[in-house]
Structure formats: structure tokens, C-alpha cells
Design a protein around this ligand. Sequence first.
Ligand SMILES: Nc1ncnc2c1ncn2[C@@H]1O[C@H](COP(=O)(O)OP(=O)(O)OP(=O)(O)O)[C@@H](O)[C@H]1O
Ligand SMILES: [Zn+2]
Length: 785
Amino acid sequence: MLSHTSFPNILLFLIINLSNHARQLTRVMLVQVALPVPLYRVFDYSVSTDASALPTPVLPEIGSRVEVSFGRQTLIGIVIAHINEADSSVPINKLKPINQCLDDAPILDELMLTLASWLARYYHYPLGDVLSVMLPTLIRQGKPLDLLITHWRILANVNDDDFHANANKQKQQFNMLKLHGKHGASEEVLLLEGMQRSFLTTLEDKGLIERYIQPKTAPKPVSLAKMPLDLNNEQKIAVDAILEAHSAGRYSGFLLNGITGSGKTEVYLQAMQAVLEAGQQVLILVPEIGLTPQTRARFASRFAAQIVLLHSGMSNTYRMQGWQDCRTGHAQIIIGTRSAVLYPFANLGLIIVDEAHDASYKQQDTLRYHAADVALYRGLQYRIPVVLGTATPTLEHLKLVHDGKLIECQLRTRAGSAKLATMQLIDARLQPTHQQPQDDGARYDTGLTDKLIGAIRQTLEAGDQVLIFLNRRGYAPVLLCEACGWQADCPRCDAHLTVHYSNQAHYHSYLKCHHCDWQAYIPAVCPDCGSQNLDAKGMGTTRLSENLHAIFANPQTSKNLYPIIQIDRDTTRRKDSWEKIYQQINQGKPAILVGTQMVAKGHHFPNVTLVCLPNADRGFLSADFRSPEHTAQLMIQVAGRAGRGDKVGHVLIQTLQPDNPLLLKLVKDGYLPFAQELLQERKMMGLPPYSHAALIRCEGKTLAATTQALKDAISLLPAAHNLAVLGPIDAPMSKKNSRYHSQLLLLAKDRNQLHHVLNQWWQPVLALPNVKYLKLTLDIDPVGW
Ligand SMILES: Nc1ncnc2c1ncn2[C@@H]1O[C@H](COP(=O)(O)OP(=O)(O)OP(=O)(O)O)[C@@H](O)[C@H]1O
Ligand SMILES: [Zn+2]
């Protein structure tokens, strides 16, 4: 029996329960979504406001993709938080529902989301845009993760008798699939072969074929394909230090500072071995150009493992597959350029950044991250060692060693029997360059001194190879009218047009801007004064190769005595051209290699015993304070290609400034003492790495507008900001592609101080009224300007 007092209690119970039930039906669940829009905020969406929605809406998990309406667009974003109604700044009835959730499970784990928000904070870049830089295109577009591993196969006991007489096309497509046997083929392959997706689904609907996901079997444990070398003492110290950190499960940043040819790769390989044997993944970053077929071979010849290569030239599908393989742990060794550092990893145990000084690790647009810095951050995240390997460490990395933030391991001698090449200067002021006679008796300047030519000849006659480094492709950097001084300039840039000229094929002759790709015919007469006296001034790799042909041709037959192999972006553009060049060089026969900075990086040409730098030292005269550092790195890297085999190597530097103190220091004392001296200079001047820099670039239709915008920006700086403000000034090449550029440099003694100011200042700057007609970008820790 109910007492009179219990009645209201029951009522209350019922009311509460009913209203709970009703709320459950109409409960509004909120998610915060990062969207690829240039706004420094995230957006709230509801999951469903429709109580009758069936099946009951599931709250999309943090780290999964959702499709939403944004203004009039439909965008794909990442859920970064679940929030309560009360936490949203938007009234509940104004919130839009998400259109759909694209993933059942998160595609980004907590570490990846933490990485994204660190990148957004450190580089002052919107979170949604950071995430779109991190994700491969197809994932950004919302494609299902398993899209590319969809396979199709014919169903057992179906055959082509099952087709209707007039279903010819279906039958033909069915037979195409049948050719692939019982496992069928991936959809990507079938579409490439000419099958149509609509037919696949029709055949599927008819119960003739089926789609399936080919299961990725867990990769086999890594095994050794070749025995490791016996390490020398310094190599062993380095491997032990790296592995000690690895087995302690501790983050440690290492600077593997080893001269060229000292066997850094062997250190990587032996450290990798232990990590791979422990069942973990290894990420190896290589510079943009360093990713040749040889890169993979170096690792594949040592380990039987699942190796994944990642670089920007790969198809979207392949990149997405690679991304998935990293995330699931299917990939055991991952070799990639810059962006691979932003990939997700199931079980990462070691990161190696090869040639860590290389400028291509810095992304120069959108999110301007530095892959070596991000690698260190990720090492910290995963509590694993990170190895920065180089023969020419950046001043930033040397300072980190000095501050105790990187552990330095030095390799001071060449591995095996090779000796470090000797370096010698040739004073081109005392020795005029060689004048080559022409058929008509006139002579032309070859740009090479007789001493240099003599050394090249001697090397070739001894059966060795010569490498000549010239960091300028094309025929000549300037076309000049001898009569009036007119020069062929790019109409769109502050730059001369490069002469591309070939005396073999006339259609290969044209003028081209190396900054915006503008092209023009070579004029027959000067457009200003009509003179026919047009002359190509200076020397690019093509001209140098032609001069070498002339110098080293057999005088009787004019045939080449030695092959001259030109290696630059023009000659290696075709896909397999590097491979062919490699094969030719590795035959080991005497030859002259003429190359731009493409040859500086990590190549191992055992028969090159002479390296010549006819004018590499010009960079010591540049106005950019980083130029001496970059010039020296390049020179040492190129010089490092000499004498890597059994024979001793020589390096000859032909210069017009043989008493330049920087050049002398580098040649006499080597890179590290040179770098220490530069560090002292930077310290005295308060320049990075003794200060922290942010570079603001402004691009617009006129210099007046870009300069004014930066002046307006300065006026917004908080009072007592304590930063050094340099500018606004015109950017080094202020007109590029018909757009004008100004810049402003902020320097702070302390990193936190810089970020503190940027946190308050940068977004108001972007909101300045004039900025909408301009492009304003912020570059943290810029590497050049
Ligand atoms: N411990 C060793 N014993 C004998 N040979 C070795 C040893 N370590 C490395 N080598 C050999 O020395 C050569 C140069 O090594 P490697 O290419 O790794 O140098 P590196 O330091 O990466 O040079 P770079 O910076 O110029 O690319 C290779 O042929 C390698 O096989
Ligand atoms: Zn141009």
C-alpha cells in the first residue's frame, strides 16, 4: 500500500525519469572541430538535434574526421574536443549539426593532436590549417582510409555464360577482372587498366564479383640481409650512446658530427638494427634532392624489412597508403623528405635526420616548420633518441650542443682506409683563365685557369674521375649588349634571364627566368639599340660542359676523349635520368662530372679523386649574414666527394679573393673552427642563434603598400616589447612574379619573449584593414631571406 507521502515521491521519480529519457532522445552533443580555414579558432557543432534520428547518433571520437557545413561550403575537419552546451560561446539553437562522421575510430591519436597544437602555437599558424598540412590530400578530402586497398575479385563459380546476350560491355569488363585470377586486383590498378567504377558496382549488384579489403598481414620481424661492418672506436661510442638512450626509453637529441665519409651511415644502420630488432619503427629523414634510388638501396641491402619511401613526387594514393602503413606499424623503415616528420607512427623507436644542415628541411610556405626541430619535438613525445647527422652542423645545432641540449658524437676520421682530401687555393688573379682558340682563330674565355685544367688532365690520365662544382645551371646567367649595355631581364622579377643555349640543338636555345619560369626567345639583335653584338656573360653548367668538351677533345677528330656528365635539374628532370647517370659514374671510368648543388649531398662516387670549385666562394661576399655559413657547408660537402675510395683526394678552389679571411680559415682549419668563429661574430652582433628571429614578409601589388602595411604592423607592437625591430625593408628580390615584397625582422634575446609578443600581436596585425589586399606571412626561425 502506498502511503500518502510516498505518492509525490513516485511522481517525482517518474517525472525525473521521463524527462531524462526525453533529454536522452533530444540530447544535443557538442563537438569542437578544427577546420581548414585561415582563422585562429575552432568551431562548435552539434551532433544531432533531431530526436527521431535513427540510429541514435554516435558522438564522433576525438581525432576523427567529420563533414560539416561552413557558410556555404562543405568542409572536412577534425574533432578535437567534446564540450558541454555551457562551454560553447554559440547559443545552442544557432549551432549547426555535423553532416556526417567519416571515421568510426580516431585517425589521429593524442600524440598527433598534441603535435598539431604544438605546431600551431610555435609557428603561430591556425590549428585547422596545421592539420591540413599534416594530412595527406586524400585523407583531407575525406576518402575512407581503406579506399585504396579495396580489391575486386570474381566470385567463385561464376563465369561469362551468366551474362545476358546484350550485356557485352559488362562481360568484357568481367573478363578483364577474370584475368587477374582468384585474388583479383586493387581498384586503383583496375581503373588504370580501363575498367569503369560503375561497371564494378553493377557487377557487384548482380552478384558476379565482390570487393574485399586485402588483409595486411603483420610484417615479419626485421632480419639482417648483410652483415654489419666492424665499427671504429668513434662510431662505436656513437652507436652505444644512441642505444643506451633507446633502451632506457629516454629522449635524447644527438648531433652526429662526422666529417664527410666518416661512416655516419654505418652508425645509423647499427643503431637502427637494435631498434628494429626490438620491433620498433625507424624514421629516416633525407633532404629533398637526396632521395635517389640509392637511398633506399643503402637500407634495403642491410635489412630485410618493410621499407616505405615518402616524398612529394609520389601519387596521392601512394602517400595515403604510406601514411596508413606508418600509422598501423606495417612500415618498419620509413625514409622520407621533410613532411614525413608529420606522419603518425604506431611504434616509433628512433628518428634519424641525415644531412641535418640541409636547408630543404625548412618548409618555405604555409606552415613554415623546420623538420629537424619537429623531429626533436617528436623524439621528446615518443621518448626516443633523435640523431642529427652531418659533416657541417648548422650554427643553431652547434649552439644546442654548447647549451647541453644536444649530445655531440664526433667522427673525426674517414672510415675504412680513405683519407680526407687536401684543400688548396688557386689565385685566379695571378693566373689568367685559359683562352680556348676557335676555328676562326679567335679565342674565348673558358673560366678555368691553366693550373686547374692541368690538374684535371692529370687526374683523368691517371684513370680517375673529376667533379667540377658550379652552382648555376643553364648556359650563362646574363645576356648583355656590348654596344649599349642592355641586359635581358625578367619582366616579372628583379632578375636577369638565364641564357639556355646549346650549339647542338637550336630549339634548346631560349632565355628563362629561374624564379618565375618566364621564357623568351634569344633576340637576334639588341632590342634597345639594334646592335648584333649580344654576348652571353658568365658561366652556367652547360657552358662549362661545352668548354670542357673543347679543351679535352681529341685535336684530330674533335671527339671527346672523356665523357662529360652534366648533373643539374635540367639534365635529371626525367624520371630515370639520375639512375642512368649513376650507372655511368659507377662504371668507374675516367670522366668529368659537372654538377650543381645536386652533387653535394651524400653521394658516394669512389673514383672521384679531384674536386674543383671554380667560383664557389662568391657566397662569402653576399649581404645575407647566413651566406658564409651556407657557402662553407656547400663547399665542404662538395669537397667531401673527393677521395672516398682507396685513393687520396684533392680539392682545388679557384678564387679571385684568395685573402678573404673566412675562406682562408675554412681551407686552413676546416669547418668546425670556421663555424666557431662565425658563432662568435653572431654572438657579438646579437644575431641567431644568440637571438630568436621572426620574419614577417608582406607581398602585394606595390612596394608602397607592402611597406605601409609593415609600418602599420609595427605601430601595433605592444609598448615595452623589448624586441629588436629591423625594417621594414625591401625583400632581397623585392619584385618576383610581378608581385612586390617587403619584410620586417623581429629579434628577441629570449624565445619566450618573442612568442609572448607574437601571441598578442600577430592576429591583430592580420586583422589590419589593408591586409586583406596583401599577403602577410610569419616565419619563425627563418633560414634565409
Ligand atoms: N667501420 C667501417 N669500416 C670500414 N668501412 C666503413 C666503416 N664505416 C663506414 N665505412 C665505409 O666508409 C664509406 C663512407 O661512409 P658513409 O657514406 O657512411 O659516410 P658519411 O659519413 O655518411 O659521409 P657523407 O657525410 O659524406 O655522406 C662507405 O663506403 C662505408 O661503407
Ligand atoms: Zn621572373
